[in-house]
Design a protein. Sequence first.
Length: 250
Amino acid sequence: MRSLPDLEGHSNPSFQYLLPPGRGAQGEALLAAKAARIAEEVHPTLVKRIGWAPAERTHLVLIDPVDASSGSATPFPNNTSYISLTAPPENVLPFPLRFDDWLRQVIVHEYVHILHLDMNRGFTASIREILGRHPLPVFVFNGAFPNLLQPAWLIEGLATYEETASGVSDRRDGAYTQMVLRMAILEDRFPSVEQAGGFETWPGNPIQYLFGAAFYTYLAERFGEDMLREIRRNYSDNPLPFFVETNAEQ
């Protein structure tokens, strides 16, 4: 992989940029420079909103293996986001959305994942300090990434909620999302917590994103956005894994 030089005006960037070698190197370098500018722009805003700043740089890897849009993020073994250079077609079913800039939308979404999943405090911070960035629980205790053990709808829901809060997409409250939520209620098919993983009932995988974001919207409107930060901070200091309901009660 080739590294993108540090950006002018960013003597201490928050990301390390990697792009694939080979074909279209000049075009990829231009896209990488654009991605780098976006990442550095959104970093301070998202760090403030999520309430966490990683101790190390996040690896931002641009990939172009197939003509399909995708993005992913992992905190293990290092904080790394993989971003596809292929933008999705607008209004593609079953998940139409509006966005002005694919790179900005997907970078925001995946970086929220990084900030959320990298967060650890108190007891779990001690676990990471002693045993390193191990993703699994240690005996009966949470490992280095407690938020990684939250349900997928809490993880994807938060990133989708923050997309709209950042103004890069309308997935949280767009017309399509409102339609799906409304019809789930009218037809008495609102998914249970057990179904919120999104693989066994309609509309499938989008449940994690749409219903998860709607849940965060409900919490923010009823209790304020500070409650959202408190939930993830509380769980990131939870010594026992999977006790999400206890976290909510606290």
